[in-house]
Design a protein around this ligand. Structure first.
Ligand code: BES
Ligand code: MN
Ligand code: ZN
Length: 503
């Protein structure tokens, strides 16, 4: 079974603007609405850049963030045109602003074979990630009838200008950025594959291929093994579908002895109709993204292995399709989660927490120091925080650490509380817990409180709800196009690396 291998542009270091380059991309800052070209450490002729500034100013460029202005190139440069991309205010430029500018430029570079850029002089890694991710597109199911014409194809090669192409730090930064971009693109690709083609067994097989390729230990439980071991949540959610559920475990062990143990868990609902508590038709197609948490944790454990991070990482990934049928679970059914907790299924559309509960209990059997779970868990996440801001819940210290690191990498996670009074809403008339609360408000928090019941004692835990941020149904922005975004892969990598460095 083939793992998805997204096509990203080739990223290379360059010491000067090469003859091969068609377009030069430069950064433009803004001071009181007036643009200024960011000079690239003598990498590009400064007189030529002065001419570029005159030209973009003449057509009204301001330098505001992600503004793209394309002008003919000055005669002294070997390229045909120059794209000036806005970075916003000159003060306080951070890696995320560079990433977004590079992404906006990459989206404008269709039909260009080779581009070169000075954005790498500001931050090589951020520029490389931004170009690669901004150029990502998903075209697997386009026949000749709608495939992009040459002029619509993404940029094939990006030459990142640096003072010395032999510099070891520059080479390492580029290799790291390439690995990160590949992991994010891998997560996006899983999300973008339609539910006709990505169902639990297929998702499991692709995750296995990817994991084995990266040297991970891979274990797959099929529906028989799940039944034998008592994974009642995964089975309950999956039983309405003709395509049975799976639980995939991917383990990376670092070379470092006594490394911290990190468990990752991701929601892998390959399609969420709601089940018998069926969703309305409008927008239901977006529920192809309901396995984005699973996609992100699979991509992250593979990335941790590729980067050789000094922490042990195990991803525990429940996969199921939530369908209504004569074999589906009913509202009012009681199931027994892995580990023995009984749950009354009041609403079959609150299925994510049921498969996650099984996976969390299984993950905690390994005795992890830290557990991160992530899921497209609640519409309430978007009500609370909008479509681009993940909600981060969990044990107080680790929750705050994860949210802070998430903002440092530009994924914008925000810490959210567990108000004590919400727990009682999950009491059931007949079982240990109900899967939804009679209380209407704070739905994202209630879902987190449900999961909390299954987290082992003493485990530092963070739950990241990415219902909105994992899937972009709006316009492209920065380095994010339509569809899967790959959030929160970079947050989880940052956390694992922080744990590897500081415990
Ligand atoms: N997968 C959905 C959550 C979701 C909604 C993700 C919109 C992305 C976009 C989840 O399984 C769900 O249906 N949640 C319910 C929970 C409710 C029944 C308590 C919801 O949010 O309405
Ligand atoms: Mn649902
Ligand atoms: Zn769901």
């Amino acid at each position: 079974m083939s793992a998805p291998t997204p096509d990203l542009p080739e990223l290379v270091l360059a010491g000067s603007v090469s003859k091969r380059a068609d377009v030069l991309v430069v950064g433009l800052t803004s001071t009181d609405g007036a643009p200024e070209v960011v000079l690239g450490d003598g990498l590009v002729d400064e007189d030529a850049l002065g001419e570029v500034l005159d030209a973009v100013q003449a057509v009204g460029a301001t330098g505001r963030a992600e503004e793209v202005t394309r002008v003919p190139a000055p005669a002294e440069l070997p390229v045909t045109s120059v794209i000036a991309v806005g970075l916003g205010a000159a003060d306080g430029i951070d890696p995320e602003r560079i990433r977004r500018a590079a992404g906006a430029a990459a989206r404008a570079l269709t039909g260009v074979a080779t581009a070169t850029t000075t954005l790498s002089a500001l931050d090589l890694g951020a520029a490389a990630e931004g170009f690669a991710l901004g150029a990502y597109t998903y075209t697997e199911f386009r026949s000749e009838k709608s495939a992009p014409k040459p002029e619509g194809q993404p940029v094939a090669r990006v030459e990142l200008l640096v003072p010395s192409t032999r510099d070891r730090a520059a080479k390492a930064a580029l290799a790291r950025a390439t690995a990160i971009a590949e992991a994010v693109a891998t997560a996006r690709e899983f999300v973008n594959v339609p539910p006709s083609h990505l169902f639990p067994a297929e998702f499991a097989a692709r995750a296995k291929a990817l994991g084995e390729d990266a040297g991970l230990k891979v274990e797959i439980l099929d529906e028989k093994a799940l039944a034998k071991q008592g994974f009642g949540g995964i089975l309950g959610v999956g039983k309405g579908s003709s395509r049975p559920p799976r639980l995939v475990r991917l383990t990376y062990r670092s070379k470092k002895r006594s490394a911290a143990k990190v468990a990752l868990v991701g929601k892998g609902v390959t399609f969420d109709t709601g089940g018998i508590s069926i969703k309305p038709a409008a927008g239901m197609e977006a529920m192809t993204s309901d396995m984005a948490g699973a996609a992100a944790v699979v991509a992250t454990v593979v990335l941790a292995a590729r980067l050789g991070v000094a922490a042990d990482v195990t991803a525990t990934v429940p996969m199921a399709e939530n369908m209504p049928s004569s074999t589906a679970q009913r509202p009012g059914d009681v199931l027994t989660q892995y580990g023995g907790t009984t749950v009354e299924v009041i609403n079959t559309d609150a299925e994510g927490r049921l498969i996650l509960a099984d996976a969390i209990v299984r993950a905690c059997e390994d005795g992890p120091d830290y557990l991160i779970d992530t899921a497209t868990l609640t519409g309430a996440q978007m009500v609370a925080l909008g479509t681009r801001t993940p909600g981060v819940m969990g044990t107080d210290d680790f929750r705050d650490r994860v949210a802070t690191l998430s903002r440092e990498v530009g994924e914008e996670g925000w810490p959210m509380p567990f108000p004590e009074e919400l727990r009682a809403g999950l009491d059931s008339r007949v079982a240990d817990l109900a899967n939804v609360s009679a209380q209407r408000w704070g739905g994202m928090l209630t879902a987190g409180i449900f999961l909390k019941e299954f987290v082992g004692d003493g485990v530092q835990w963070a739950h990241i709800d990415v219902a909105g941020p994992a899937f972009n149904t709006g316009s492209p922005f920065g380095y994010i196009g339509k569809g899967g975004t790959g959030v929160p892969v970079r947050t989880m990598l940052a956390v694992i690396e922080d744990i590897a460095a500081h415990g």
